[in-house]
Design a protein around this ligand. Sequence first.
Ligand SMILES: [Zn+2]
Length: 56
Amino acid sequence: MAGKKTINHCCVCGRSEKEVPFLLQGIDGFVCSECVEMMHGYLQENGVLPGAAPSP
Ligand SMILES: [Zn+2]
C-alpha cells in the first residue's frame, strides 16, 4: 500500500486542505467550506436561495 498522502485543493480558490477549515469532495474535485459559504451568500443575494431578503 502506498503511504503517500495526497493533498487536495479547492478547485475554486486553489487553497489546499491545510489552508481551509473543510474541503468538500465533488465528482471531479474539491470545494472548500469558505467557497461554499461565499457561494451560498451569493445565491441568497440573487434570490436563488431563500433565507436573505432581496435588496430593495
Ligand atoms: Zn475555496
